[in-house]
Structures are given as structure tokens and as C-alpha cells.
Ligand binder design. Structure first.
Ligand code: MG
Length: 167
């Protein structure tokens, strides 16, 4: 089969005194996400989706939070290492559809910046990456502003020879 699909989901708790980083973009906000790494839920969900598409388990298997190498690590490292795994296995990303769940801050004005950064990280045209933002409708842990979540779906395809020469 020349295409495969993957799905990833992540949630992190919001707390004061932490930077808020979504999709590798630092966002001005009074609180940020708590985690062993930089807690970027978008990159974690996307990484999980890529691992899932290629049958490699999950981000906890690949980058365990008991490993000091990943303490406060920028999550771009998880994504870039996962992309290298994909390339070695003969796959490349085809497109990604990302949904971020956050009551605050309002993500409408920065969705495009997140999309452009994800496209850059994935080596894809911006048209192959979509970022949607939903609130929690003021209910549940997302709606109460206690956490931010993300759901990612990716398609991967057999790698083209031209890509192999660039990685
Ligand atoms: Mg996570």
C-alpha cells in the first residue's frame, strides 16, 4: 500500500510561569503548558500521528519522559527525529489536518502562523497542512481553561526518490 493514515491526540495542563508554545510558535499568554518537554500539544499530537501511521507505537515509547535527554526539550526535536525515522522506512508526509482545542487564548489570529510553521517542519507546502481551532464551549477541562488539547490526522506516502536525496 502506498499511503497510510495516522491519528494522534494530546492534552496538557495550563499553569502560570510556563511559556505557551503551540506548533512550535511561542504565543503571548498568561499561562503555558506543563510537561517534561516544552509540552507543545500540537507537535506531540502530530508526532504521535506520524508514529501511528508507520506502526511505531507512540511518543512515550519513542521519547520516554523518564529520559533526561527530553527534559524541557523543544518538541521540534521529537518531530524531526520522527521524520528521519519515516524517511529511513521509506515514507514521507503527504498532508496533515490539525485541530487545536483551547478556550483561551483565541487562536483564530495565529492559526495561519502555526500552519506555516508546521508546513516548514514537515517539508510540505502550506496548502497540505490545515489548522483548525475549537473552544471547549466553557465546559470540561478544556472549556474551563485548565488544559489545551490537540488532535492530528496525517497521511503518509511512499517516499519519492528526490526527497531521499535531501535528507
Ligand atoms: Mg504531550
Amino acid at each position: 500500500m502506498n499511503v497510510r493514515i495516522g491519528s494522534g491526540h494530546d492534552t496538557h495542563r495550563l499553569a502560570e510561569g510556563r511559556p505557551l508554545i503551540l506548533g512550535g510558535i511561542r504565543i503571548a499568554h498568561s499561562r503555558g503548558l506543563v510537561g517534561h518537554s516544552d509540552a507543545d500539544v500540537v507537535l506531540h499530537a502530530l508526532t504521535d500521528a506520524l508514529l501511528g501511521a508507520t506502526g511505531q507505537g507512540d511518543i512515550g515509547d519513542a521519547y520516554p519522559d523518564t529520559d533526561p535527554r527530553w527534559k524541557d526539550a523543544p518538541s521540534e526535536r521529537f518531530l524531526s527525529e520522527t521524520l528521519q525515522r519515516l524517511y529511513r522506512l521509506g515514507w514521507q508526509p503527504g498532508n496533515a489536518d490539525i485541530t487545536i482545542f483551547a478556550q483561551e487564548p483565541k487562536l483564530g489570529p495565529i492559526k495561519a502562523a502555526i500552519r506555516d510553521n508546521l508546513a516548514r517542519l514537515l517539508g510540505l507546502p502550506a496548502a497540505c497542512v490545515n489548522v483548525k481551532a475549537k473552544t471547549g464551549e466553557n465546559v470540561g477541562h478544556i472549556g474551563r481553561g485548565e488544559a489545551i488539547g490537540c488532535h492530528a490526522v496525517v497521511l503518509v506516502q511512499r517516499r519519492e526518490a528526490s526527497v531521499a536525496d535531501t535528507v
